[in-house]
Design a protein around this ligand. Sequence first.
Ligand SMILES: C[S@@+](CC[C@H](N)C(=O)[O-])C[C@H]1O[C@@H](n2cnc3c(N)ncnc32)[C@H](O)[C@@H]1O
Ligand code: SF4
Length: 317
Amino acid sequence: MARWYYYPGDETNVLEKVRNRVFRKPVPDFPKTILIETQFGCNAGCVFCQYPQLKDELPRGRMSNAMFEKIAKECAGRGVERFILCLDNEPLMDGSIVEKYAILKKYCPESVRNLTTNASLLTLEKVEQLIGAGVVNEVFLSVNGITKEVYEELMVLPFERTMKNLDAFCDWLRAHPDIKQNLRVRVNVVKTRRVAPEIAQMKARWEDKEGFELHVIDMDNRGDQLDMGKEAPLKSDEGDMHPNITCRRPFHTMVLTWEGQSVICCVDYKREVKLGNIHEQSVYEIWNGPWATQLRKEYLAQDFTHLKPCRTCKINS
Ligand SMILES: C[S@@+](CC[C@H](N)C(=O)[O-])C[C@H]1O[C@@H](n2cnc3c(N)ncnc32)[C@H](O)[C@@H]1O
Ligand code: SF4
């Protein structure tokens, strides 16, 4: 079971100390997961994602390789378990993404370097550059639906192009069994009523046939930054949601936008709760700074005064 967190030194009595040592874990002094939006923008229009609704309001740009390298260098040997190079964007749209994964491999060879993608741009050339070259060692594919009708309604992307890429990727893996054996590949599907009738077929296609994992993600309302009422295919999903007040993300994950803002969570795409900026401070300074520490302690006390996205975050788990 996932464990709740505590700050050592904050306990007021022996009972709390014992409870914390047995059932909880201390907030780490360096993030365990780091999510970096290397570049703004996506080519899809998923109805459950806030990107299509916010794309015209948010700043556009790309993180320089120099800034990215500064982050990777600082993370070397600090026990970061996983890097994920996206926020609400499509990482394969970033023309420098191969270089960025290579930088991570150079400084953090022991970490998982995850590619989470909608696969619409996952050509064989990209597969060779990223997976063949070993700079990416975990792949999460976002595929919502097995039929063209459901897929295109939910993701607003051409179905045939993605399926052609995925078929070619599967053939490539079959031709490279040594790589396939060591590569974790997961297909992510966001839990909506529209896709639910297709899950069994998706399982047969991706788990039974290809040997990938199929992961059904609980849909969240992106801290209420996603207007679900706007999206016809989601209309009946809103009633399934309930407040998400036992989230662990702010305790183990650092989220950086392309312009270097550290925000409280991956759902905070409007940059409402900023912890600091990587252009001015180090990862360590931001993570352990007084503001980030105060916010985590407020979360533990269930005080959401300064935590707007958390206050309004709902999930359909
Ligand atoms: C935001 S995307 C970014 C990377 C890439 N564009 C993709 O779709 O894989 C990362 C993951 O978040 C998931 N996601 C998007 N909106 C979500 C929501 N409202 N609740 C839960 N997961 C969501 C996507 O399905 C995807 O697996
Ligand atoms: S979920 Fe991914 S593919 Fe879909 S719109 Fe959001 S960022 Fe783009």
